[in-house]
Design a protein around this ligand. Structure first.
Ligand code: BTN
Length: 244
């Protein structure tokens, strides 16, 4: 990934650029920008994209559509491991970055980044665009990785976006190979160590059959389903599949 790297100071969106021109560039192309004026988040949200935020997208192809929902988890893990690889040489204490399912990255209880995976199907392939936004040194939104590192790190100015980009893509390559050869189950324990939901109880609202009433049920999160959603159980061990 990143053998072809398209850099622009400003773009509408690195994600839109690659989605709309998927076949114009080789698979593995990375697009990176300092500023985006139409940054995209998951579910049609806007992604605040000021200078100082690390923003990039890259392409890949998958034959098996069942693997596609897991890619966002592989990427989230790669982002965290990339941050740790860069920071381990610089900080006294590692910033604890965790995954809030499905695609948010949190530190100190606040969102510092997010992952966006979109795909289209053509000619027997899933054409996937992966986007990562990481608040490294931006003033807005106010929570940013370097602010956190400031408290931990003797010289936070040495943390650069290009170094993080290289480390994240490097980790992704390693994890992606494992994922392709052994499936997500080989990465699952690493993933669960990094997410915020182990043993978490959440409240669900269920529609009562044949009526417009809703009832509340509490379920415990167990992990991911084989299709890439959230698996939870209630007190009577009935299973639930939760979608974002
Ligand atoms: C989210 O948290 O909803 C995902 C945010 C993803 C933002 C990145 S920034 C680089 C790439 N280009 C975009 O327009 N979006 C993604």
């Amino acid at each position: 990934f990143g053998k072809l790297l398209l850099y622009a100071h400003q773009l509408p969106s690195t994600h839109t650029l690659l989605s709309q021109n998927f076949h114009a560039f080789p698979v593995g192309t990375v697009s990176v920008a300092d500023v985006q004026n139409q940054g995209k988040g998951r579910g049609g949200n806007k992604w605040e994209s000021p200078n100082g935020c690390l923003m990039f997208s890259y392409t890949l192809q998958m034959e098996d559509g069942r693997s596609v929902p897991f890619l966002q988890y592989v990427v989230s893990l790669a982002v965290i491991e990339g941050i740790e690889a860069v920071c381990s040489s610089k900080v006294v204490k590692m910033p604890e970055v965790k995954i809030k399912w499905p695609n948010d990255l949190y530190a100190k209880g606040l969102k510092i980044g997010g992952v966006l995976c979109t795909s289209t199907y053509s000619s027997k392939n899933f054409n996937v665009v992966i986007g990562v936004g990481l608040n490294v040194a931006n003033q807005h939104p106010t929570i940013c990785l370097d602010t956190l590192l400031h408290e931990l790190c003797s010289d936070p100015t040495t943390l650069t976006r290009h170094e993080l980009l290289a480390a994240i893509l490097g980790r992704f390559e390693v994890l992606f190979k494992v994922f392709l050869s052994q499936g997500f189950s080989a990465l699952e324990s690493k993933y669960y160590q990094r997410w915020l939901h182990s043993g978490q109880t959440v409240e669900l609202e269920e529609r009562v059959e044949g009526s417009s009433k809703v009832s509340k049920v509490y379920v415990r999160i167990q992990g991911l389903t084989t299709t890439g959603y959230l698996r939870a159980v209630d007190d009577s061990d009935e299973s639930y599949e939760l979608h974002p």
